[in-house]
Design a protein around this ligand. Structure first.
Ligand SMILES: Cc1cc2nc3c(=O)[nH]c(=O)nc-3n(C[C@H](O)[C@H](O)[C@H](O)COP(=O)(O)O)c2cc1C
Length: 331
């Protein structure tokens, strides 16, 4: 067990924030596999200030959805503090306030938010001090190595954030310039977690239990953050959680298990978002559950391109069951 300030975190598998992915349904679905900490999708400070109704939906949580970090992004100290006041006054059920200092998207960085903060560390530390003061919940931050290869400054940023009162730091081991490509190298952060005053969470390329073990061993992080590697592979959360609680290694999920996960998750998202929106989102996620299983290419193509209703999804899943799991169709 480790802690974010006084908040106990029971496990080493953290579910990464992912805009457009880590909806309440996604978090509720992944939670029972052993998620130690979840994050909302990133929430715009200006969206809150200007009363954007979609922004407010990102703040929804459930009784199961804990510990939960609300992830806020914004480009100035003043607007971040104003947004925190709105969250504080809004009776939202969350445990941690996280500030996004890593988002590389131009729309975000042009406003000075996300990874653009890494280019102005002095202003960042001043803003984070104010954020920590404004928040009654522990404040964490998610950063990158730096803006680009010639301005790698994560050590300086981490030190400043610690001084500002930040209670945990998640480090994505890529620069802003790398966006999401290229393999990450855990050696860049060797022993970092062992030297820091606050816990470190490592993000980047965690696709297997062995990668999680290496990342934790090399960096001394308290946990790993699961992003693309766990999309369609909730079992990875279970493998990591179980390994660190028992020392045992669990097998990969079977195709039958994956089909049942797809059904459950699709139903949850349809319930939260309505069929039309949910199915659009599911086109991006469901095919990933079939990666690494033979003879699934054709079904993945249908899921990516053709599904329109929940019934279409059922029909694909039934077909896989009949053709690959030797099930008969009930009439
Ligand atoms: C589709 C997508 C959306 C993301 N959205 C966010 C976000 O809202 N906030 C954030 O801090 N990171 C976000 N990230 C970054 C991830 O949390 C993670 O740090 C990154 O993907 C590296 O991990 P990976 O190599 O295991 O995918 C996003 C990543 C992806 C792929």
């Amino acid at each position: 067990m480790w802690k974010i300030k006084d908040l106990p975190i029971n496990g080493r598998a953290v579910l990464a924030p992912m805009a457009g992915i880590t909806t309440l349904s996604y978090r509720n679905f992944y939670k029972p596999f052993g998620v130690a900490l979840s994050y909302t999708e990133m929430v715009s400070d200006m969206g809150l200030i200007h009363n954007n109704s979609i922004t407010y939906t990102y703040l929804e949580s459930s009784h199961l959805d804990h510990p939960l970090a609300i992830q806020l992004f914004g480009g100035s100290k003043e607007t971040l503090v104003e947004a925190i006041k709105i969250i504080e006054n809004g009776n939202y059920n969350y445990d941690v306030l996280d500030i996004n200092l890593g988002c590389p998207v131009p729309k975000v960085t042009k406003a000075g938010a996300g990874s653009a903060w890494l280019k102005r560390p002095k202003e960042l530390f001043d803003a984070m001090e104010a954020v920590v003061k404004a928040s009654t919940k522990p404040v964490t931050a998610k950063i990158r190595l730096g803006w680009d290869v010639s301005t790698i400054n994560f050590l300086e940023v981490i030190e400043g954030l610690e001084k500002a009162g930040v209670a945990m730091i998640a480090l994505h081991l890529r620069t802003r310039a790398e966006l999401y490509s290229g393999k990450v190298d855990y050696e860049i952060a060797r022993d970092l977690g062992r030297k820091m005053r606050v816990p470190l969470v490592i993000s980047g390329d965690i696709y297997s239990l062995d990668q999680a073990i290496s990342a934790i061993e090399i960096t001394g992080a308290s946990a790993v953050m699961l992003a693309r590697g766990a999309m369609g592979n909730p079992h990875l959360v279970k493998q990591i959680d179980h390994y660190y609680k028992t020392g045992e290694r669990l097998a990969e999920a079977t195709l039958a298990e994956q089909i049942s996960y797809m059904r459950t998750y699709a139903k949850m998202l349809v319930e939260q978002k309505g069929e039309q929106t949910a199915v659009k989102m599911l086109r991006g996620i469901l095919p990933k559950f079939l990666n690494h299983y033979p003879f699934m290419k054709e079904y993945k193509m249908i899921l990516v391109n053709k599904i329109v209703t929940y019934a279409d999804i059922e029909s694909v899943l039934n077909q896989i069951e009949v053709e690959h799991l030797n099930k008969t169709i009930k009439i």
